[in-house]
Every structure is written in C-alpha cells, then in structure tokens.
Design a protein around this ligand. Structure first.
Ligand SMILES: Cc1ncc(COP(=O)(O)O)c(C=O)c1O
Length: 384
C-alpha cells in the first residue's frame, strides 16, 4: 500500500486542515506574556459564536471527558440528585462520572439507536423534585443519534429548577448550536471533532444561572474548578499553562469556520449526512438511526448480511481507510462513518466508493457505483 496515505473517517479525532497544522507549528510563546494575552483576546469573542452564546467560553487542557467531569464536579456535590439521559456509550460515561463523584445518579435509559424521549423526561421530573442537574449528550457518537436538546431543555426548565448540562463533544462546530436560545446551562465540547483540531482541549460554556450554582457549590475540585478559569479569562489569561499550540490552531480553525460561514458549515454537514445515508440505503445497508434523529456528523450502519468489522479491516488493509466500529453492546454489530470537521462532499464520495469495493471483496452482492450515484444525486439536488 502507498505510504503516508491516511483516510481518517472515524468520528474523531478528525483530519486537521493544513492551515491549522501550520498555525499549530508556530514557535512557542510564553504563556504569561503579551502574545498569549492578545491571542486569548482574539479567540474569546469568536468562540462564543460557535456556541451561540453571549457568555465567555472557558478552555481547559484535557480531552472531552475532562470537560464532562469539570461540568459535573462544578454543578453538583456529593449526595446531590442528578438525572442522566443515557442513549449510548457517552451518556453512559456521563452517568459513570456522576457516580464517581458520589452524586445520587438517576438514569433514564433509551434504546441505543433511538433518541431521548421527551414524555419520559417530563414524567421523571414531575415525580422527582430534587434534581439539581440533568445531563445529556447532543450527538451520541456511539449510535449516530442527534438528541433534541432544545426540546429536552425546555421540558427540564418547565418542570424543574435543574441545570441543563450538555455534552456537545461530537457536534459543536459542525451542527447548529444555540446555547442561550436553548437554555443550556453548561455546554461542553472537545477539540478533536468538528472543531478541526488535534485532541487535547475541552471548551465549556456556562450560563449565568449555572455560575450561581457553581459559586455556591462546595464540592472539592482544583484543576477543574471552573471559577478559576472564569476569573482568569476575564483578565485574558488561564489559571494553568494552556495548550498554547492548540490555541494557535484554534485561532486558524475559527478563521476557517468564519470564512466558510457557520450556516454554510452546518449545511455542509447536513449534506454529507444525507449523501452518506442515501448511499447506504441504496446499497441495501440498514441504518441504525431514523432520518428524523440522525446526527449530521456521524452515521452508523448495521449490516445484516456481513461482518461490520471484516469490512472495516478490508478497508484499512487496502486503502488505509479508518472507519469506527461499535462500542459496548454494539461492538461488532455496526460500523460508523465520521463526516465532520475537515471533511467535504468529495471525501464522502470517496469513502462510499471504497466501501463499495470493500463490500464486493467481502462477497456482498451490490452493483458498483450505485451508492456513489445516489450520493451524487443528493449533492446535485442540494439546492432544490
Ligand atoms: C459525545 C462524546 N462525548 C465524550 C467523548 C469523550 O471525549 P474524549 O475521548 O476526548 O475524552 C466523545 C469522544 O468520542 C464523544 O464523542
């Protein structure tokens, strides 16, 4: 196989745009000096737009999970009752984080591949009046579901005083995100997905209501104490050494998002989702999720006449194309195509055509080109 070809189509980490790579490789600067202050000043207002908020967005050196733990340890303390809406492995992770912090953790479980159901959330909150925070996942990367965050948030606010805490790790930057309009109190994402950066940064938006709770919260925390990040950010700095190079990259990633226009970025993601789904359908491959709740950033396919893992291994061996497998209960049962961040309809056409070859190599009877053609039609009809 040709060397140095790496077709990375997993739902994060995602490929890095060349201009972002160049920005990241700038010479190091002192993290307490004027270069850093100016960089933070430039980044601050631009990040807010990606989250759809007037609030400052905090950034912490750490992966997405660091952001999730920071959210949980700041909004609640040992013994507090919280509700976690679990529709896949990342909802499950939120629940485990809450349990590890000794929060009294209630779970509402939804079938993997289905979205959060509003009536169940409403009923739970009407019967449980002491819930301090409700945790949920926007794009459940393990299944390719996009949960209806605005609607769930409305139900939480109508039925309780609980804070709404959202894991937006695999969608912020690629999917419409309206933290303020949706009434989300804590919104978390990571750098390595739709934000087009390497792993290592987590971003957290916090509402005024949430700050009141965080200020009053007596839980023990040090590195993850969000008050430190807020107070330092007000002075255009960070409490600890930031991931300087990733912040160089972030500035350029924000430029790319702005130059394309956030609305166009979101449309591109929807288009890639539709192309992928239509291609899979045309090839006769069952999709795990409904059109209504499909995530614009990742598509899960659940084959019924071949092994998902064998297809992945053929594609890796022949083309160095990486697709993701299933997690936990979906292990071996699905494959997942990431289409987010630095990814275009042209990439999607390439992946589909390689998948077609992989299917034929596996002995699956398909007509070559059918999936590609279906995706091409979706592309050509995009404006109609
Ligand atoms: C929805 C979601 N939440 C949380 C995470 C965890 O992020 P990290 O692996 O950066 O800790 C991921 C990573 O895949 C994710 O997709």
């Amino acid at each position: 196989m040709q060397q140095d070809v790496n077709l990375l189509q997993i739902p994060g980490p995602t490929p890095i745009p060349p201009s972002v790579e160049r920005a990241i490789s700038q010479p190091m600067v002192g993290h307490r000096g004027p270069d850093m202050t100016k960089l933070v000043q430039r980044i601050k207002p631009r990040l807010k737009k990606v989250f759809g908020t007037e609030e400052d967005i905090l950034f912490i050196a750490g992966s997405g999970t660091a952001g999730l733990e920071a959210a949980a340890v700041n909004v609640a303390t040992k013994g507090d009752e919280v509700l976690v809406l679990v529709s896949g492995s990342f909802g499950e992770r939120f629940a485990q984080i809450c349990e590890s912090l000794e929060l009294t953790t209630h779970r509402l479980e939804f079938e993997w591949g289905e979205a959060i159901e509003l009536p169940q959330v409403e009923e739970f909150l009407q019967n449980n009046k002491n819930i301090k925070a409700v945790f949920m996942t926007q794009s459940e990367t393990s299944t390719g579901i996009q949960n209806p965050i605005a609607e769930v948030s409305e139900i939480v606010h109508e039925n309780s005083d609980a804070l709404v805490v959202v894991d937006g790790v695999s969608c912020v930057g690629g999917v419409v995100t309206e933290m303020d309009k949706w009434g989300v109190d804590v919104f978390v994402t990571g750098s390595q997905k739709a934000m087009m950066l390497p792993p290592g940064l987590t971003f957290i938006g916090v509402s005024k209501r949430a700050w009141d709770a965080i200020d009053a919260n007596e839980s023990r925390r040090f590195y993850f104490d969000l008050r430190k990040y807020r107070d330092n950010l007000a002075k255009d700095t960070t409490p600890f050494t930031p991931a300087v190079s990733l912040l160089f990259g972030l500035e350029q990633a924000l430029t790319l998002l702005e130059d394309e226009g956030l609305d166009n970025v979101y449309e591109r993601h929807l288009l890639m989702m539709k192309m992928t789904r239509e291609a899979m359908r045309t090839l006769g491959l069952p999709l795990l999720t409904s059109d209504e709740h499909a995530a614009p950033t990742v598509t899960a396919v659940k084959p019924d006449n071949f092994s998902a893992d064998e297809l992945r291994s053929i594609l890796r061996k022949n083309f160095n194309l990486s697709l993701a497998g299933g997690q936990q209960q979906l292990s071996g049962k699905i494959f997942r195509i990431g289409h987010m961040g630095y990814c275009s309809p042209a990439d999607v056409l390439q992946i589909i055509s390689l998948i077609e070859i992989g299917l034929r190599e596996l002995g699956v009877e398909i007509t070559l080109g059918q999936g590609v053609q279906a995706a091409q039609e979706v592309y050509l009809n995009r404006k109609k």
